[in-house]
Ligand binder design. Structure first.
Ligand code: GLV
Length: 322
């Protein structure tokens, strides 16, 4: 194991992998698949910097294994719920994430899920492939017309929530948002700010764009779901833990909710088999930011954060430590 190396836990995009040797730091690079916990702890030992992804748990054990020379951990994700920030602060390790560069890709994919869900695109594809006899019909596979006055409720109005709003506005949707840092009754970027209960009670589609924090875990629980418009839809391209999945499954099974599009899951990468059985659910394997340019930009930003910290400069996108 080289000393004072840069540990890269997962294979990054090809363009960025090509640039790594030019950094002039010894490298230890993992595979496309996530490292086992044992491999992670072995390979990070002695590192001065680590580039990790949301599949690695960065906690006291990780920092102990790395050693006190570790200066920076760069997460290739905007979310950082995989990292124990208090532990990083205690040890003086800089944590960085990748905000900004994935807003458009994530919003694009949210809209892809919105349309797939409301117009039954995935269900229709499954049906068309099934070989079942069919013929065009006035009532066949009718879905929600989002452009006919449907209301989109955006929970969380940060960069990604706002990018979703811009796109939804082009469809003519009525848009409301609820966000802890915005005052209900005001307007932001042309969008009405309401309370979360009001958003849940009035939205035909609710889309989640909040980080997973202790305060947002199960924000959408059984009571929140029960307060949604009957027949509403839920989209989650944030983190699985924001939704109480068991309560969601119950609401989908009973028809209380018309459907859900989920890019993230509580037990990720395990997907609850009950979700797989529901035709009204669109399932995505956590790919909302998986645009080709976006993934290069996320990896490049992580590398820039590492090089800056190793050069004694402030990180470009540090995560504020508690
Ligand atoms: C992906 O989920 C991210 O947090 O960037």
């Amino acid at each position: 194991m080289p000393a004072a190396h840069l540990y890269v836990a997962r294979t990054l995009t090809a363009a960025v992998m090509d640039e790594l040797p030019g950094l002039g730091v010894p490298l230890v690079v993992g595979e496309i698949a996530p490292p086992t916990r044992e491999r992670l702890l072995t390979d990070v030992a002695g590192a001065v910097a680590a580039i990790v992804t949301l599949t690695e748990r960065i906690d006291a054990e990780f920092f102990d294994a790395a050693g006190s020379q570790l200066k920076v951990v760069a997460n290739v994700a905007v979310g950082f719920d995989n990292i124990d920030l208090a532990e990083a602060k205690r040890r003086g390790v800089v944590i960085t994430n990748t905000p900004g560069v994935l807003d458009d890709a994530t919003a694009d994919h949210t809209v892809a899920m919105l349309l797939a869900l409301t117009r039954r695109v995935v269900e229709a594809d499954r049906f068309a492939r099934s070989g079942e006899p069919w013929i065009w019909g006035p009532t066949m596979m009718v879905g929600l017309d989002i452009s006919a006055g449907a209301t989109l409720g955006i929970v969380g109005f940060g960069r990604i929530g706002r990018a979703v709003a811009r796109r939804a506005a082009a469809f003519g949707m009525r848009i409301v948002t609820a966000s802890t840092d915005l005052e209900p009754g005001t307007q932001v970027a042309g969008v009405d700010v309401v309370t979360l209960p009001e958003l849940l009670a009035t939205s035909d589609v609710v889309s989640l764009h909040v980080p997973l924090l202790p305060s947002t875990r199960h924000l959408i629980d059984g009571a929140a779901i029960a307060s949604m418009k009957p027949g509403a839809y839920l989209i989650n391209a944030a983190r699985g833990g924001v939704v109480d999945e068991a309560a969601l499954i119950e609401a989908l099974r009973s028809g209380r909710l018309a459907g859900a599009a989920l890019d993230t899951f509580e037990g990720e990468p395990t997907i609850n088999p009950a979700l797989r059985e529901l035709d009204t659910v669109v399932l995505q394997p956590h790919i909302a930011s998986a645009g080709d340019v976006t993934r290069d930009n996320m990896c490049r930003l992580a590398v820039r954060n590492v090089t800056r910290v190793l050069a004694g400069e402030p990180a470009e996108t540090p995560v504020p430590l508690p």
